[in-house]
Design a protein around this ligand. Structure first.
Ligand SMILES: Cc1cc2nc3c(=O)[nH]c(=O)nc-3n(C[C@H](O)[C@H](O)[C@H](O)COP(=O)(O)OP(=O)(O)OC[C@H]3O[C@@H](n4cnc5c(N)ncnc54)[C@H](O)[C@@H]3O)c2cc1C
Length: 375
């Protein structure tokens, strides 16, 4: 028995956007979500988080973010928006349904969740990458007596008052968590392994995303070349701060390395005034701290790994052919894959805002799914 036209796995922004877009086209959609609420990952993000992308470019299809929200909505507002989005489109995920594997069953897909299996001709994977924190290891790490957490486990500075904290990584989570700690007068150091890219959140009064969208059709090298002087002027010199600007520009960094540059919301000012110290990469751990590549050993009570994510979805689709790259990331997201009726949404880093891209992908997937079902 077929349960729906489409099974969507995940009730985060991508799953909700896909389900809304498909039901608007008259498709019968079932959503399977492993937690017991929508937007579960946004509920877990650290307290001070605000969107780095502006409200106007962060809404999902069919329902913009409310005008009463600030230009950069808070984490709580994103959660509220996603709850209202689900209610507006009458999306009712089946909660507490962790999908274990998905496989072909003749011309349909069989989706095996914890408690039961579902069958549908179309499946959309919208599971995000929060379940795949990247946890690098260093020599001596076993002997370290302090605590080590991933950025996804950090909530706020309260538990770290009076401690010496090392934040590893200079992405958006690392930069903002270091800022959060510095503003709470926690002794904080940032370990920055290699060259970085830093962008202002706004350029000439406009959100940086507006510029990225305007230049989306330009080749990455050209866009980076055009933007370089304005970004240099806005960010200022960072050489004397222990940071080195990468020769690869921000667009190329995203497209080629899937690394999002730091959108500075105040971290740089705290590095400049010395409240956030900068060190190089970690060489090895000691029993009470680390040895950096460029300085002697230093003691830390807590190390926060803001080292990103390394998603690998192959376990979910063990039999799928020609769908994943060598790391287990989908080769195509928001488009048809080599497996008929199988789609991924939101699983790519983008210069033009991931929520915005999720919305675009969701609408395209809905059209493709409808065409596939009526073939
Ligand atoms: C700290 C942080 C800040 C960000 N800020 C921005 C920003 O400002 N602007 C922007 O555009 N983007 C931002 N992003 C990127 C992106 O927009 C978000 O990560 C967004 O939540 C991705 O949506 P998603 O639905 O793909 O994944 P998620 O939000 O991770 O949702 C996936 C859902 O799938 C469920 N799930 C996972 N596995 C299974 C399974 N096996 N079975 C059933 N359910 C499952 C999860 O429980 C979850 O509910 C940010 C990301 C992070 C980490």
């Amino acid at each position: 028995m077929v349960d729906a036209d489409t099974i969507v796995v995940g009730a985060g922004p991508a799953g909700l956007a896909c389900a809304a877009a498909m039901s608007q086209l008259g498709l019968k959609v079932g959503i399977l979500e492993k937690s017991d609420v929508v937007a579960s990952v946004w509920r877990r993000h650290y307290d001070r988080l605000h969107l780095h992308s502006d409200r106007g470019h962060s809404g999902l299809p069919g329902m913009p973010m409310p005008r009463t929200y600030p230009r950069y909505p808070s984490r709580a507002q994103v959660v509220e928006y996603l709850e209202n989005y689900a209610a507006h489109f009458d999306l009712r995920p089946i909660f507490n349904s962790t999908v274990r594997t998905i496989g072909r069953d003749g011309s349909t897909w069989r989706v095996d969740a914890e408690k039961r299996s579902f069958v549908a001709p179309v499946v959309v994977i919208a599971t995000g990458w929060a379940d795949f924190p990247h946890l690098p290891t260093w020599p001596g790490a076993d002997a370290y007596t302090g605590s080590v957490i991933h950025s996804t486990e950090y909530n706020n500075p309260a538990a770290l008052a009076g401690k010496r904290v090392l934040v590893v990584g200079f992405g958006n989570s690392g930069g903002e968590i270091a800022l959060d700690l510095a503003q709470a007068s926690v002794d904080v150091t940032l370990a920055v392994r290699g060259p970085v890219q830093i962008l202002p959140r706004e350029l000439l009064g406009l959100p940086i995303l507006t510029w990225a969208i305007a230049e989306a059709r330009l080749p990455a090298r050209v866009a980076d070349f055009i933007n370089a002087p304005a970004i240099r002027l806005a960010v200022g010199s960072v050489k004397h701060l222990g940071l080195k600007i990468a020769s690869k520009g921000p667009r190329r960094m995203i497209e080629e390395d899937r690394r999002i540059p730091l959108l500075d919301v105040g971290t740089l000012a705290r590095i400049r005034d010395g409240t956030i110290k900068v060190r190089g990469g970690i060489d090895r751990f000691t029993s009470d701290g680390v040895v950096f590549s460029n300085t002697p050993a230093e003691a830390f009570d807590c190390i926060i790994l803001a080292t990103g994510f390394s998603p690998d979805l192959r376990k979910l689709l063990p039999e799928a052919k020609g769908v994943f790259d060598r790391h287990g990331m989908p080769l195509a997201t928001g488009r048809a894959t080599l497996e008929p009726g199988l789609f991924f949404c939101g699983l790519i880093a983008s210069a033009t805002g991931q929520l915005r891209e999720i919305g675009i992908e969701a609408q395209r997937i809905a059209q493709l799914a409808k065409a596939y079902l009526s073939r």
